[in-house]
Design a protein around this ligand. Structure first.
Ligand code: NAD
Length: 278
């Protein structure tokens, strides 16, 4: 396997997380083991999946087949909206562990807050139990707004270590990132490439050309320099490799400022304030 050093960041509970990983949203279950095995071979050690992606089994199989110890990997999975609630969370977590074939996950996330159903506080109490039992090394949330994070702050005793949110040059989330920074919460950026939609942006193309890199690499490098954790998704071997080759160049302050000006506040995914279980 390739030797590649990916920097790690330290969460507020001391757990270390590789800053770059591999996302498997929309990878068909039957293809997942093969695609993840390729990513592991290229050097990825951090995988982001979810119960809702229906491909946890393939992720677990690829890791089991890697020949490396489970401790070499950082695996995140997520609790789906319809399974929120104390007892249903414990049962859903058990099912995820079973599909992964693991004794623990590295990071367990509440996938969406679903504020209209008002169950995320009870759900978080089940997360605290799972964490105390050592079956999730660390626990966090996804798609939470400041007001949702504030409720956890007031009503529970454990602060999430990460919030995984939609974040890319068209939706830079500076207010939420600032709140995270003030509260020691790490920002994970989902759809870091805006699902490929902004890779022909002329500013991004020009910055990439200046460094002899591709637009995808320039965008991912921008995330890393902001301090975000990213896990771009691809099923194409050349792109999977390209998306990890980010550690031999650096964007200048002026280039970071050029990126900052691309913010439009535009989502490609659902609004966390209104998104409910399908
Ligand atoms: P992404 O921004 O990673 O884009 C992936 C797409 O970009 C690919 O399908 C491909 O079309 C294109 N692409 C990838 N690499 C490229 C390259 N080098 N050159 C050109 N095009 C390239 O989008 P994503 O998959 O939606 O997000 C990444 C991960 O984030 C997911 O796999 C998942 O793990 C996570 N995610 C989480 C949530 C959540 O609600 N928590 C939602 C969406 C995604």
């Amino acid at each position: 396997m390739a030797e590649l050093t990916i920097p790690s960041l330290t969460l507020h509970d001391g757990v270390e997380i590789p800053q770059l990983g591999f996302g498997v949203f929309q990878i068909p279950p039957e293809d997942t083991e093969g695609v993840v095995a390729q990513a592991l071979d290229i050097g990825y050690r951090h995988i982001d999946t979810a119960g809702a992606y229906r491909n946890e089994k393939g992720v677990g199989a690829a890791i089991a087949g890697s020949g490396l110890a489970r401790e070499e990997f950082f695996v995140t999975t997520k609790l789906w909206n319809s399974q929120q609630g104390f007892d249903s969370t414990l049962a859903a977590f058990e099912a995820s562990l079973g599909r992964l074939g693991f004794e623990y996950v590295d990071l367990y996330l509440i996938h969406w807050p679903v504020p209209s159903e008002d169950r995320f506080v009870d759900t978080w109490r089940a997360f605290e139990r799972i964490h105390e039992e050592g079956r999730a090394r660390t626990i966090g949330v996804s798609n939470f707004r400041v007001e949702d994070l504030e409720r956890l702050e007031v009503e529970t005793s454990t602060r999430p270590t990460v919030n995984q949110i939609e974040l890319h040059p068209r939706l830079q989330q500076s207010e939420l990132r600032g709140w995270h920074a003030d509260h020691g919460i790490l920002t994970e950026a989902w759809s870091p490439l805006a699902q490929g939609e902004l890779l022909d942006d002329e500013t991004i193309v020009a910055i990439a050309e200046r460094h002899g890199k591709t637009p995808a690499q320039a965008v991912l490098r921008w995330h890393l320099q902001l301090g975000n954790v990213v896990f771009p998704k691809s099923v194409t071997p050349e792109r999977i490799r390209e998306n990890i080759e980010l550690f031999d160049f650096e964007l200048s302050d002026a280039e970071m400022a050029e990126f900052e000006r691309l913010d439009r506040g535009e989502r490609i995914g659902p609004d966390p304030g209104t998104f409910v279980s399908p």
